[in-house]
Design a binder for this molecule. Structure first.
Ligand code: ADP
Length: 336
């Protein structure tokens, strides 16, 4: 379906003249970039932002024509500047921007990001959460959000909101099953669009759920988005710790302060015997942070209820506020 839509868009751009140069665009991917997800078409047009007014008519015509294509449910067009991307200009009006990172997947990074966002909001902050996990965007589900974002009258995407937190996910913009070869440039555009193309308003905290690992997307975000700091999540096993070291090195290289490391799934308290079981061993993350001179932010238990609530879109810090794990999230939020 996406290929048919793209072909139809190219038929439109085959007749489209650039207002400045009078050249035909056709498939000029330096000029524009197309991302399609579930019938929602997202286009970025690269211009010098000083010429913005000259492109507004064309933007309108393009939007009208594309919305008539079969199977297109919405069209979002953002005028942007490649130059700005290179000049570290992912703009957002947030007092603090904190990236949540992990060396590998499945360690509870997104769960932490969501609960930290809720905890920060509970203590009186205006909070947004940006899900940049290209390998498995799960924040909307964990936040109980199933709608898709709409655009406002300046063509910016309006973040979806639940529990008082604004939420935007890369999963709304790109198809996570797209072959890797197409991904690189698409991901970069989508990341930029999640900053400059979203009406975030004013925030105290923006929490970014990074993809696991230390690839191009993580680097690009760290370099472009003026991060105030990062938090690394790990489980206690040695194999996880090897990847934590790579994460520490990446943030140090790009001069992003590491606010601390959190050990997730440190222990399990058995309801029957009330005993503490250290299923994946424990204490490794604390030692690693001491070795690297990075604050250790705390140990989070394995909590079966948290997993259930997460799957139902109810973060523990909303639905199970008196649990031990929620209290730890709140205390980490207060520390930050
Ligand atoms: P990541 O973002 O690192 O890939 P997720 O946050 O998606 O990991 O978590 C993976 C799974 O582990 C999810 O099902 C989540 O509910 C569960 N999980 C995360 N942290 C805990 C915890 N402390 N106790 C129990 N389950 C957890």
């Amino acid at each position: 379906m996406n290929n048919n839509i793209i072909n139809d868009i190219y038929k439109i751009t085959a007749n489209l003249k650039d207002p400045l140069t009078n050249e035909i665009w056709y498939k000029n991917t330096n000029k524009f970039n197309i991302l399609i997800k579930d019938g929602s078409v997202n286009i970025t047009i690269n211009i010098d932002l000083n010429d913005r007014e000259k492109y507004e008519q064309l933007e309108l015509e393009l939007k009208n024509s594309i919305s008539k294509i079969d199977n297109v449910s919405s069209v979002n067009i953002v005028l942007t500047s490649e130059k700005n991307i290179k000049e570290k200009n992912f703009k957002i009006n947030s007092k603090k921007i904190i990236a949540i990172a992990s060396g590998k997947g499945g360690v509870g990074k997104s769960t932490f990001a969501v609960n930290l966002a809720v905890a920060l909001s509970k203590i009186g902050n205006k909070v947004g959460i940006l899900d940049a996990d290209i390998y498995g965007p799960s924040v909307p589900r964990m936040m109980g959000i199933s709608d898709k974002p709409k655009t406002n009258d300046t063509n910016k995407l309006i973040p979806l909101e639940n529990y008082g937190i604004k939420c935007m996910s890369i999963g709304f913009l790109i198809d996570v099953d797209t072959p890797a070869i197409w991904r690189g440039p698409m991901v970069m555009k989508a990341l930029e669009q999640m900053f400059n193309g979203v009406d975030w308003g004013e925030l105290d905290f923006l929490i970014i759920d990074l993809p696991p690992g230390t690839g191009d997307a993580q680097l690009s975000l760290a370099q472009n988005s003026k991060l105030s700091g990062s938090i690394i999540i790990s489980t206690p096993q040695d194999v996880a710790l090897i990847d934590v070291r790579k994460g520490i090195n990446m943030f140090r290289k790009v001069d992003v302060p590491i606010l601390g490391i959190v050990e997730n799934m440190s222990y399990f308290i058995c309801k029957n015997c009330n005993e503490k079981h250290e299923i994946f061993s424990s204490g490794g993350v604390r030692k690693e942070s001491e070795k690297n001179n990075i604050p250790f932010l705390g140990e989070l238990p394995i909590d079966i209820n948290l997993r259930k609530l997460s799957d139902e879109g109810k973060p523990s810090c909303v639905s199970d506020i008196n649990s031990e794990i929620s209290k730890i999230y709140i205390s980490i939020a207060k520390n930050i």
